[in-house]
Every structure is written in C-alpha cells, then in structure tokens.
Design a protein around this ligand. Structure first.
Ligand code: CP
Length: 379
C-alpha cells in the first residue's frame, strides 16, 4: 500500500504567513479551517469536531466498519497489517489516559504501524524549558504523526501550527485538548450512535440528553459540536448551573438551528421528557480542573443530582441508548449495565476501529480498505 505524502507545498506556503493567533482565528471559519487542517482533501491536523462534514464522518464510519470486519477475516486481517507498514506514530500523553492512549496504539498496530509513547513530560526536554514548537519539530524528525493529549486547550493547535510552518509537517491528532475538545472521542461516540440508530432512521431528528459538566467536559462538548452535522437532532443538557454550555458552543448550536434545552435538574428533565429521549450521554464531573487539571484523590464523584440513578430506568424507553465516554466514578451506576440500550463497552471497542479509520484517512489508505472489504463481501 502506497500511502500519500505530506501534503501540497502550496497549502504549506500559505500557512507560513500566519502567526499563531491568526492560525487559531482561522479555525473559526469553515473555509479557512479546511485550508489549514486538510491536505489533498484529507484530514491532516485533527483538532476540533467542527472541522468534519457529515459526509466525511459517514465515510470514516464506513471505513471503521470495513476495518472491524476485515479484522475478523483471516485474509482481511493480514491485509490490514500491511496498510501502514513502516509508519511510526508518537503518542505524547501529558495527561492520564487508559482508553484513548491504548486504543490509538491498538489501532496503529492493527494497520501495521509502530507506536511509541511519552507520558511523563518531566523525562523529556520540556522539563528543560523546551518550547512546544521545538519539541514537536524534533519529534517530526522521527515520527510520521503525533497524537497528543495535554491539559492546555491550545497545545495540539500550537503543535499543528508549528509544524505547518516547518519544512517537515506531519499530522497532529488531538487525543484530548484541555477542557475544550476531545475530537476522536466524539467520532467514536458518533459511530456508536449511528450503529444504534441504524434501524431507526439514523441520528437525524433524535433527542440526545447530555448530563454533567458541559463547560469543562471535552468529550461532551465535542459530541455536541459533532451532532450538528447530522440533520436536526434535539439536544438537552442537564448540568450544574455553573457548568452550563459556554457562549461559543451555544452560538454554534444556534447557528445550526439545533433545538437546545439547558436544565439544572436531571430529575426534572427525565420526569418531563424521559419517554422522548433517544440517547443519554452521561459524563463525569470534572473536579480535577478545580486543581488545575491534575486528578485528585477526593471529591471526584458527581453530586446526587447528576447521578443517573437506577430508578430512572422507569422514566425512559427500553430502546434509549445509554452512553458514557469513561472513566466513570459514581454518575452511571453498575445497575445500568443490563439496560438494553447500554452501549458503553461498545464505545470503548469502537474507539480502536474509529482511530484506525482516522489513521487510514489521514494517509489516504481508506479507499483501498473499503474496496478490499467489498471484494471480500464484508460490507
Ligand atoms: N474517554 C477517555 O478519554 O478515556 P481515557 O481518559 O481513559 O483516555
């Protein structure tokens, strides 16, 4: 498999003129976002949910399904391991992770790429004061892509900006950017929702309730942005008053004519609307941000008012999809595991398939993957 090169010189030269603030500002506009974040029509820097169109997400989902089915087939599995052979991926995780870090590595492994991981920045030259720019330019000498999680909202964006001005740009994929976005989590969530609603007319027109700390939960925020790409879903948020959706998210939802309801009582929403809700996305309250983004040992659970209590099962339909990006503390009790709509462990597994699809898309290998799956009558 011959994966595509680093991208067109023209786009790169255009980017060289931008300082960081202009690059960041450019991400707010659809056309300039496309120019800054894609190369040859493919995602190159993966930073925010808004950068994807509905059609691109559908294609990613189809690729994820092709990979999932090929992986179960002897010839398909052997083929997959040749797709990104020779590629090297750096996982730079400056915040804790179980699922995201391991699923990125498993995804790379499925496609034959090699992953390396740095999780403790105190063992890197960041500890000597090296800038983000110099650090990622150095890593781009040894790796073909950088996957990055950091507590700073702008770290991944700054890495992408620095590389876009360098002589050796390599893809940057955010694996969680501070409080702002967790774009690959929202892609896998969307893939899971799409599967759940496949026999029920798709995501368009569905009602989704997102529970938790919307202001600081990057998974919840990214999913809300991404849902705007699928027709006209209705979105309810149940969140503590101080952690309501911020102005940026609200205005984006408004621009996309999404019907939104924000409530500070989960109990009220479920009693009033429970039978109309098609999916519930539970999230953890993000108390670690009270101590600057570092996980603490205490006060990690949700207050009683934001726990999806087992007795709430009576208020929703049996076909309501129940999701959580994990990790969970107390907000989604184990009693939910046998609810027919509980898909949390499917989300986890889908993380690997969706991240593999994203790698394939970044390097232009996705069409061949889907073609191979079609030839083997798998899709
Ligand atoms: N969902 C998620 O981001 O999990 P991790 O923090 O374990 O990666």
């Amino acid at each position: 498999m011959q994966a595509a090169g680093a991208g067109s010189k023209v786009a790169q030269m255009a980017d060289e003129r931008l300082d960081f603030d202009a690059f960041k500002q450019g991400l707010r506009d659809r056309d300039s976002r496309k120019k800054l974040l894609t190369r040859d029509g493919r995602p190159f820097y993966v930073l925010i949910s808004q950068q994807f169109s509905g059609e691109e997400i559908e294609t990613l989902c189809d690729t994820a399904t092709a990979i999932r089915r090929l992986d179960r087939h002897r010839e398909g599995r052997e083929f997959l391991r040749t797709v990104l052979r020779g590629y090297r991926i750096m996982n730079l995780f400056a915040q804790p992770s179980t699922r995201t870090a391991q699923s990125f590595m498993a995804a790379a492994d499925k496609l034959g790429a090699v992953s390396k991981q740095v999780t403790d920045l105190s063992t890197s030259s960041f500890a000597k004061g090296e800038s983000v720019e110099d650090s990622v330019r150095t890593l781009s000498s040894f790796f073909d892509a950088i996957v990055v999680r950091h507590k700073d909202d702008d770290f991944a964006t700054r890495a992408a900006w620095a590389l876009s001005r360098s002589g050796r740009p390599v893809p940057v994929i955010s694996a969680g950017s501070g409080r702002s976005q967790h774009v690959t989590q929202s892609l896998l969530d969307l893939y899971t929702l799409r599967y759940s609603f496949a026999e029920r007319g798709g995501i368009n027109g569905k009602t989704v309730l997102i529970i938790g700390d919307i202001a600081r939960n990057r998974a919840a925020r990214s999913l809300a942005y991404l849902l705007t790409k699928f027709g006209q879903p209705r979105l309810f948020f149940a969140c503590p008053e101080q952690y309501q959706p911020d102005a940026d998210l609200r205005s984006y939802l408004e621009q996309h004519a999404i019907e939104v309801g924000v409530h500070d009582s989960l109990d009220y929403v479920l009693r009033e609307r429970g039978r109309h809700i098609d999916a519930i996305y539970v999230t953890r309250l993000q108390q670690e941000w009270d101590s600057g983004g570092a996980p603490g040992q205490d006060k990690l659970g949700a207050a009683d008012g934001f726990v999806l209590k087992p007795e709430y099962r009576e208020l929703i339909r049996p076909d309501c999809v129940v999701m959580h990006p994990l990790p969970r503390v107390n907000e989604l009790p184990d009693e939910w595991e046998n609810h027919p709509g509980f898909v949390v462990w499917r989300q986890v597994r889908n993380g690997m398939w969706m991240r593999a699809a994203l790698f394939a898309s970044v390097w232009g290998a996705d069409e061949e993957i889907r073609a191979r799956a079609r030839r083997l009558f798998l899709i």
